[in-house]
Design a protein around this ligand. Structure first.
Ligand SMILES: C[S@@+](CC[C@H](N)C(=O)[O-])C[C@H]1O[C@@H](n2cnc3c(N)ncnc32)[C@H](O)[C@@H]1O
Length: 173
């Protein structure tokens, strides 16, 4: 949906999709991934079949420009959510957003199989973010375990909306 929205926008944009396909084989073969998105009419998704840990060591990460939205939905531990967040927060546009999925409930996650069940603790990382006065953090209580939106209030983000509108470069963000 994000890819389609970016594709339909008047300004160009793409989705950098990082998933090592650890739950199933869905994202393993580049041709299948490409066919899946093209079948939905979406041609602006670049998939990297690797963990975030691997991706941040890649030349693709080095080459990344400003990022508008970071959607975090990987392994649902507070440690991994923090790792994903910190890997991209420095690249976030001044008016950018971070979205953390499955962020409101602590429960068992059996997505890797019942024998590999682990505690979903993204909420604990979100609780830490809520302590930071430089951030605005908003929970959306939908689905089984919610979604949280985060944005910074510092730096360029602290400028008034009128300033933004007067600056053609930033108004695009
Ligand atoms: C809850 S699923 C999200 C699935 C995804 N939204 C989809 O539609 O396929 C969690 C995903 O996190 C990925 N994952 C697990 N560890 C990861 C890591 N260290 N870095 C990036 N992705 C990871 C898994 O491969 C899995 O597909």
């Amino acid at each position: 949906m994000i890819g389609k929205a970016l594709q339909d926008n008047v300004e160009p944009g793409e989705v950098i999709f990082i998933d090592p396909s650890l739950v199933d084989d869905f994202w393993k073969r580049p041709a299948d991934v490409n066919a899946y998105f093209c079948g939905l009419g979406v041609e602006n998704v670049r998939h990297f079949c690797m963990t975030t840990q691997e991706f941040i060591g890649s030349s693709a990460y080095e080459a990344l420009d400003e990022v508008g939205i970071v959607f975090i939905d990987g392994r649902h531990t507070q440690e991994q959510a923090k790792f994903d967040y910190e890997s991209f927060k420095g690249l976030l546009a001044p008016r950018g957003l971070v979205l953390l999925h499955d962020s409101m409930v602590v429960r068992d996650d059996k997505v890797y199989g019942a024998d590999k069940a682990y505690k979903m603790t993204v909420k604990y990382f979100v609780d830490q973010l809520k302590e930071d006065p430089s951030l605005q953090v908003f929970d959306l209580p939908f689905g089984a375990s919610g979604l949280t939106l985060v944005r910074t209030l510092e730096g360029e983000a602290s400028r008034s909306l009128h300033d933004w509108l007067g600056d053609p470069g930033l108004a695009k963000t």
